[in-house]
Design a protein around this ligand. Structure first.
Ligand code: PLP
Length: 310
């Protein structure tokens, strides 16, 4: 975000509702999830726009009749609601904490056209999606665009603390001041990061994530057919979500908590996220086996039987 400011000489940001970009004061200010905004005095100049949450489309469209009203809203915000000093738009390629919100295939192409028109760089946050999880090194590759900046962390160190960003030469040139940080370039973290990348490539974990992700998604879709509590299954590769609902798509909040506890008692930890905290998040280690996937699916099938009729 600092780089975007230095490059453009502008200072505002556009961010998506339900996005999460971190727990520092600045990244919190562009985070669109209330529970992760502890700072009571956020930085100004952040404009939030509707996210591509097709299951609960704010414009009541369906993927079949969608004209990307959510991207029109971005253009409307740029034109009418900013001070025309937008340094960048920031977005996750797939929103993790927001509920594994997976944009339609053409979303980022259409969005990028609008941003290009106003010369606004796009920062793609791959902290959750990055490094092979979705069957490609970065999830944004599925959307066939090249953002100006990509941020990355979590999977890069496989548990060892390390974060990084990449950008193009032109933007990198804008950072002229000296820059250093106490822990930046730490040799142990850097060595771990390089080892992780080598391991991912050597063991072709991108392919593994794609194959096992397909198996998991197919299984979850089957469960959706059997259990009406699963309203939607979404995601790519080994980054999948199942949104749990009651009648009329009402979020099944208590049921989600109960299911997570019941799964835990059977030895399986499942994540929880989403605007309503009713999305089961499946983001297992990339070295998970076919047997692990099948065991999880069978166990979940058993647990969900309790909720039949919901
Ligand atoms: C998409 C995304 N971006 C960034 C972060 C980094 O957050 P933090 O700065 O708290 O480590 C996270 C952490 O959960 C995340 O999920």
């Amino acid at each position: 975000m600092l780089l975007a400011k230095l490059y453009t000489g502008k200072s505002e940001f556009i961010a998506l509702n339900n996005g999460l970009h971190g727990r520092t004061a600045l990244t919190m200010s562009v985070t669109g999830i209330g529970m992760w905004r502890a700072d009571f005095a956020p930085y100004g100049g952040a404009h939030f726009v509707p996210n591509p949450y097709c299951y609960r489309c704010p414009f009541k469209s369906t993927p079949e009749n969608c004209d990307f009203a959510c991207i029109e809203a971005v253009e409307n915000t740029i034109k009418n609601h900013t001070s025309k000093k937008v340094a960048a738009m920031i977005a996750e390629s797939i929103q993790g904490n927001g509920g594994i919100i997976t944009p339609p295939k053409e979303y980022f192409k259409v969005l990028k056209k609008v941003l290009n028109k106003y010369e606004i760089p796009l920062i793609i946050d791959e902290v959750q999606t990055g490094f092979a999880r979705t069957g490609k090194m970065f999830a944004i590759e599925h959307y066939e665009i090249v953002p100006e900046v990509i941020t990355m962390a979590k999977a890069l160190g496989n548990g060892v603390p390390i974060a990084a960003y990449i950008t193009n030469d032109e933007m990198a040139e804008a950072f002229k001041n000296p820059s250093a940080s106490t822990l930046g370039g730490n040799p142990v973290s850097s060595t771990a990061g390089l080892a992780v990348l080598e391991y991912i490539e050597k063991h072709n974990l991108t392919k593994r994530a794609a194959v096992l992700g397909d198996r998991l998604k197919k299984g979850l879709m089957e469960l959706k057919g059997k259990h009406s509590i699963i309203g939607e299954v979404r995601g790519i590769g080994l980054m999948l979500g199942a949104e749990l609902v009651k009648e009329g798509k009402n979020p099944a909040v208590e049921e989600t908590d109960l299911i997570i506890e019941m799964m835990k008692d059977k030895g399986i930890l499942i994540g929880k996220n989403g605007e309503y905290r009713n999305v089961l998040a499946f983001q297992p280690p990339l070295i998970i086996t076919e047997d692990d996937v099948d065991f999880m699916l069978d166990t979940l099938d058993d647990v969900l039987k309790v909720f039949r009729g919901n």
